[in-house]
Design a binder for this molecule. Sequence first.
Ligand SMILES: NC(=O)c1ccc[n+]([C@@H]2O[C@H](COP(=O)([O-])OP(=O)(O)OC[C@H]3O[C@@H](n4cnc5c(N)ncnc54)[C@H](OP(=O)(O)O)[C@@H]3O)[C@@H](O)[C@H]2O)c1
Length: 218
Amino acid sequence: MPSVVVVGASRGIGREFVRHYAEAGWQVFATVRQAAGDLGDGVTELIADVTDEASLQSAAAAVPDAIDLLILNAGVGAREMNLASIDAAAWPHIMATNALGPLLAARALGPKVRDGGTIVALSSTLGSIAANTGGGLYSYRMSKAALNAGMKTLAIELRRRRIAVAVLHPGWVKTDMGGAGAEVEVADSVAGLTRVIAGLTAEASGALLDYRGNALPW
Ligand SMILES: NC(=O)c1ccc[n+]([C@@H]2O[C@H](COP(=O)([O-])OP(=O)(O)OC[C@H]3O[C@@H](n4cnc5c(N)ncnc54)[C@H](OP(=O)(O)O)[C@@H]3O)[C@@H](O)[C@H]2O)c1
């Protein structure tokens, strides 16, 4: 039975990853910040906050060796549309959650991923510098651009273990973060993302892809 750890699974895209893989018969480990108890039959719930490395290490201790897939999904939104609205006090938390958090989660849980396995992080097209035509959203864009740089670097570090690493854009998805006016249903996003994940290879590690499998500019 293949196995997956989903980091940040309480709601939205992370929760749908859990539902998808559990229904497909995978062994699923799901981290949440507060005990939920309703993630589904057979799903192992673990408590972790990506800004708290000790909690990530505790969660990792409960995960068996040689898992197939690690999904770094946790993230927070931010709405700074211009320089005037930048909220300096909010930045440490945004950067800690979106940029550093996934790397700390990869440090704790990466050793549990089998050689030849897969690690993905949920980023955003808003983290693309080349595709930034709209402006705004300073801290969110910058945190995801930093995440992209970190995951690309991780892809290179994990080459020796033949682990496929990818950065994924889920689309603009109807979740608490994306809002009701978003374009993509959660189930459609995750259906696409899981297809993309299934096609990842160590040879093509370090890619930035959307949920349809299109390569995005960095
Ligand atoms: N929705 C979109 O349109 C969209 C577009 C591009 C990228 N993304 C990315 O996709 C990912 C999932 O987004 P979503 O739309 O599903 O967002 P969401 O509905 O707001 O859910 C965010 C998830 O991240 C968890 N989380 C937040 N801070 C955390 C922390 N410090 N430690 C552990 N978990 C934490 C939340 O847990 P709690 O319930 O405990 O807060 C929740 O499970 C994010 O990385 C987001 O940036 C989303």
